[in-house]
Design a binder for this molecule. Structure first.
Ligand code: SAH
Length: 233
């Protein structure tokens, strides 16, 4: 099994100044709600969330909610990032696809759990910022691509995991097709515009699609060919 690349120790991972805030986040927001995967907890304990947040909101970086990141988008609540990673369960190997780079924080967490992360974003400014943050932290197994993520990213398919961090009216068929037939899992919020359900989808031994529904959630819209139209978002 291939391990995810080690952190570059000379970079700014796990800065001591904010370590207690990450520990409090784990104890108060994550463990009580069922996050118990040691790899997910280790990733949440080391990635400095404050570096993915615009300076005016940085004091709230470890708060229990989403925060604005500009362009009408948000960085997800820490619990949501952690539960999606736990449901995806990349087990330290394979390539994971994220749809909706946003701040780049979710991809940074996934980069500690998989060999490689491909993340897709439609807003150029957000992608540029996210790339700069990964570079600064020495996270060099993440590749950000500017494209309509509702179509997935066929060149690197199939994926061990696909994590969609924006809400779709229904599951884009392109994403199901790009899942690894045996091990692939897709985590996606789908439903009406202002209230979705988080689903985890995989294929069974016969190749049938199996969907597990988890809980209600509200995400920003997934806008694209197999998502919402911009005018409805
Ligand atoms: N994972 C992010 C949260 C992202 S919010 C984080 O950790 O910060 C959802 C993101 O999905 C937004 O940045 C939005 O621009 C993006 N998005 C919406 N529709 C998209 C599409 N079709 N393709 C790629 N990105 C999309």
């Amino acid at each position: 099994m291939q391990e995810p690349p080690p952190f570059n120790a000379t970079r700014l991972i796990d800065p001591p100044a904010t370590r207690p805030l990450r520990q409090d986040m784990i104890q108060q927001q994550l463990r009580p709600r069922g996050i118990d995967d040691p790899n997910v907890l280790a990733a949440m304990a080391t990635i400095p969330r404050e570096q993915f947040i615009p300076s005016i909101h940085r004091e709230d970086a470890y708060g229990d909610g989403p925060l604005p990141i500009g362009d009408g988008q948000t960085i997800s609540q820490p619990f949501m990032v952690a539960i999606m990673a736990q449901l995806l369960c990349p087990d330290g190997h394979g390539t994971v696809l994220e749809i909706g780079t946003g701040s780049g924080y979710g991809a940074a967490i996934l980069s500690r759990l998989a060999t490689r992360v491909i993340t897709l974003e439609r807003i150029p400014r957000l992608l540029d910022q996210a790339r700069a943050r990964w570079r600064e932290l020495g996270l060099d197994n993440i590749e950000g691509i500017l494209t309509d993520g509702t179509l997935g990213y066929p060149p690197q398919a199939p994926y061990e995991g696909i994590c969609v961090t924006a809400a779709a009216p229904s599951t884009p068929t392109a994403l199901i097709q790009q899942l690894h037939p045996l091990r692939g899992r897709l985590v996606i919020p789908t439903g009406p515009r202002f209230m979705q359900t988080l689903h985890c989808i995989h294929r069974d031994a016969q190749g049938n699609t199996v969907t597990q529904s988890h809980f209600s959630c509200v995400f920003v819209p997934l806008i694209g060919q197999q998502g919402w139209e911009e005018k409805d978002a």
